[in-house]
Ligand binder design. Structure first.
Ligand code: ADP
Ligand code: MG
Length: 243
């Protein structure tokens, strides 16, 4: 079954000169349940806009979005069956790690014992048990990133949208987190849609890569297939050769 289905999703923004600028020009895709889909492309090509449309933070100009079989095109973000992880972590500075993670649950009004169990499972999985009483300012970049991930995981949602979640980390930590994210995804059977401009991230983590350029899909295929047969010169240049 498909987790996410996009049909002819288009988005234009008003331009400074008074007209419209097309940022997404007809995106179609089916994301399978349990798939890791990377959306890859250069800065400004529309990746974040597409993710925000899937999450409901932005409305498409036209086209439809289905999640778990339901048409959610007009529904609010909090009513969609998904969780989101942002590049800047979006943690609350005045709340400690426990409260920041539980924020993912409280807004959904779940029973307390269930909250406690999910919190333990999540902090255990992410190695955050010893940090529960710390504020974000007392954490390293990698730890903050884990808290942001914890907030998404504790929600119990099976679909997680991520917008460049590792780009604020140094190279070593980024490499470690790539492996860890894959491990967690497999273990929990999550569907992940992962926006990045980093071809190594996309090509090493994803089951399929959606290569975006100029608001359109240049290629949508498994990493090996993209290396073997890039669909265009643009894709070939952007991907380079296998690491
Ligand atoms: P990416 O995430 O791939 O770097 P974005 O989706 O953030 O790209 O942006 C794609 C294009 O849409 C950019 O040219 C950006 O300036 C424009 N854009 C994004 N959001 C808005 C907005 N709210 N209003 C006007 N233009 C926007
Ligand atoms: Mg972006």
């Amino acid at each position: 079954m498909s987790s996410v289905v996009l049909r002819d999703v288009r988005k234009s923004f008003p331009s400074r000169r008074g007209g419209q600028v097309a940022v997404l020009s007809g995106i179609d895709t089916d994301v399978a349940d349990g798939e890791f889909l990377a959306i890859l492309g250069p800065s400004g090509c529309g990746k974040s806009t597409l993710l925000r449309i899937i999450s409901g933070l932005e409305a498409p100009t036209s086209g439809s979005i289905h999640i778990n079989g339901a048409d959610v095109t007009g529904t609010a973000p909090e009513r969609r069956e998904l969780a989101m992880v942002f590049q800047n972590y979006a943690l609350f500075p005045h709340l400690d790690v426990r409260e920041n993670i539980l924020f993912g649950l409280k807004s959904r009004r779940e029973p307390r014992d269930l909250q406690g169990r999910r919190l333990r499972e999540t902090t255990d999985l992410l190695g955050l048990d010893a940090l529960l009483d710390r504020k974000p300012s007392e954490l390293s970049g990698g730890q903050r990133q884990r808290v942001a991930l914890g907030r998404a995981l504790v929600s119990g949602q099976r679909l997680i949208l991520m917008d460049e979640p590792l780009s604020n980390l140094d190279a070593k930590l980024r490499a470690d987190m790539r492996i860890e994210l894959k491990r967690i995804q497999r273990r929990l059977g999550l569907t992940i849609i992962y926006v990045t401009h980093d071809q190594v991230e996309a090509m090493t983590m994803a089951d399929r890569v959606m290569m975006l350029a100029d608001g359109g899909v240049e290629q949508l295929a498994a990493p090996a297939e993209i290396y073997a047969a890039p669909a265009s010169v643009t894709v070939g240049r952007f991907i380079g050769s296998p690491p």
